[in-house]
Design a protein around this ligand. Structure first.
Ligand SMILES: Cc1cc2nc3c(=O)[nH]c(=O)nc-3n(C[C@H](O)[C@H](O)[C@H](O)COP(=O)(O)OP(=O)(O)OC[C@H]3O[C@@H](n4cnc5c(N)ncnc54)[C@H](O)[C@@H]3O)c2cc1C
Length: 494
């Protein structure tokens, strides 16, 4: 019997599958659609997501297939008022990747297929019953044949209308804004004179211009009122009308490849786990598209959950560690929800811009704030997984290099590829580690003064230890006694 069922082979379910495979956990992954997704959908892959791919050693594939976005320009009535530049991000990937969602999914699916596991397409979750602690799951195979299979754990990565969420009785609360957007991927003859990634805002609304590979551009346009029924499907003339209104520099596109429309949502589930059922991605949260946080936040859910579930299934960690999926992701998702709501209301003019925050607009007076904070926010590095008093804990580990002849990695990102929990310290030893039963799941990394830059990055003092989880988040920083207490809560000690 396979232990885990992943429902949904979108980016979130696939990433969870990749990490379960990395930790040698047997799983099934099903998707109700008989073919893989061909809709362009999520385009902007954040530096935090690239880091999750780095942990699987597949970030190069993503970077090579997409287009690098080093900065985002924001214009109000043709006047540039903000340049969100990624060049100081604490990552070796100081850019977003613009790549259509099907390409991202393909990279993940190829990785999973190396394990001999293939997505069962056309297989739809119908219902389950719980018997002797296991889920007896009814699945329809696409030919209207129903079969049952038993699993101990279910991951619901089945999108906005999640069946897993409904079957688990988890509510999904929030609101739609009184506006919708139309969008299209259009082709230009050449990309030479095209602007880079830009937001064009005026008092009527906004247009987002997102260059993609191969002279293609994603255009997103805000429209008033709720999404009409039937959904609008814009044509090339409508897109060119808005391009000439907002972005005269671009000229006209000559061909429309794909178009769509959707509401602006803001929703979060009341829980993200119930017994041994977990939900992640759009099943857990829906954001406004401003800032491109949907898929990227879902991928952080998937990585946070999957390594913990894997070690728990192997009997190596306490349930308390798995339960942190709920608390940590609720904290981080809540932050993203709040900030996308704020940005959406602001740029859509739902509230007068100067009412929200006088430093935003029209003459924002604190440039440093925007130059340092906004790139971090949109890269996915700002949302914290913990409400702590220190800045460090709950944050993504920054990229830093160090000298090490003990390990076959010499930077904080390659350390993540090991799939282990990394403990950094300036000290030469880590006595608490000797007391852990499953020591092989940890790596101790001693940094010396010559690694001063690294030490500066993770704000060491000489007695401190810093624990970085395989999902790339810093989970602890403190002295030896506190480290023992921290480890005892989650791991089995001698
Ligand atoms: C037009 C558009 C543009 C977007 N742009 C961005 C962007 O730039 N950046 C960003 O981060 N996000 C963006 N998003 C959001 C992003 O596409 C979603 O957040 C992302 O797809 C969520 O991934 P997921 O795996 O959680 O769910 P999904 O991608 O929705 O995948 C869920 C899967 O579950 C399957 N499924 C559903 N029910 C069942 C069932 N009962 N049994 C079996 N399978 C089932 C579905 O067939 C589907 O394949 C955009 C979305 C849209 C619509």
């Amino acid at each position: 019997m396979k232990k885990v069922l992943i429902v949904g082979a979108g980016p979130v379910g696939l990433l969870a599958g990749c990490y379960l495979y990395k930790y040698n956990i047997a799983f099934d992954i099903i998707d109700k659609n008989s073919e893989s997704n061909t809709y362009s959908k999520a385009l902007s892959v954040s530096p935090a997501t690239i880091k999750a791919f780095h942990g699987l050693n597949i970030s190069d594939k993503l970077v090579n297939k997409g287009r690098k976005v080093h900065s985002i320009q924001i214009y109000y009535k043709d006047r540039k008022f903000l340049n969100i530049n990624n060049k100081y991000l604490p990552s070796c990937y100081r850019y977003h990747i613009s790549i259509p969602q099907p390409e991202t999914e393909k990279i993940l699916e190829e990785f999973i297929s190396n394990s001999g596991v293939y997505v069962k397409r056309g297989h739809k979750l119908i219902s389950w019953t719980k018997e002797n602690g296991k889920y007896k799951v009814s699945i329809s195979d696409g030919n209207n044949n129903q079969y049952t299979s038993c699993y101990e754990y279910i991951i619901g990565a089945d999108g906005a209308s999640s069946t897993v969420r409904d079957l688990a009785g988890i509510g999904f609360d929030g609101h739609d804004y009184n506006m919708h957007f139309i969008m299209a991927d259009v082709l230009f003859e050449s990309s030479i004179n095209l602007p880079g990634t830009s937001y064009y805002i005026d008092d009527d609304g906004f247009l987002i211009f997102l260059p993609m590979p191969d002279n293609m551009v994603r255009v997103v346009i805000k429209k008033d009122g709720p999404l009409p029924s039937p959904r609008p499907t814009p044509d090339i003339d409508e897109i060119n009308y808005y391009l000439s209104k907002y972005c005269k520099k671009s000229g006209n596109a000559y061909k429309l490849i794909w178009s769509s429309s959707a509401n602006f949502y803001n929703r979060i589930a009341e829980h993200n786990s119930k017994d041994n059922v977990f939900i992640a991605g759009d099943a857990f949260h829906l954001f406004s598209p401003i800032g491109g946080q949907g898929m990227n936040t879902g991928i952080q859910d998937a990585i946070n959950l999957s390594w913990k579930l894997a070690l728990y299934i192997k009997g190596k960690v306490r349930r308390a560690l798995l339960d942190t999926y709920s608390t940590q992701r609720f904290t981080a998702v809540g932050e993203v929800l709040q900030s996308t709501d704020h940005d959406t209301m602001l740029i859509a003019g739902i509230v007068p811009k100067e009412c929200i925050d006088p430093i935003y607009y029209p003459e924002f007076c604190n440039r440093n704030h925007y130059q340092s904070e906004l790139p971090l926010k949109y890269s996915g590095f700002l949302a914290s997984q913990k409400n702590t008093t220190t800045d460090l804990v709950g944050r993504h580990v920054p990229y830093f290099e160090f000298f090490s002849n003990q390990h076959d990695f010499n930077n904080s990102y390659d350390a993540l590829s090991t799939g282990k929990v990394i403990i950094y310290s300036k000290r030469n030893d880590c006595p608490p580690l000797d007391r852990i039963k499953n020591k092989s799941d940890f790596i101790f990394c001693s940094l010396d003064e010559s690694d001063c830059l690294s030490i500066e990055h993770i704000q060491f003092n000489s007695e401190n230890y810093v624990v970085v989880n395989p999902d790339g988040y810093i989970d602890f920083s403190g002295k030896e006694d506190d480290l023992i207490e921290y480890l005892s809560a989650f791991y089995f000690m001698e």
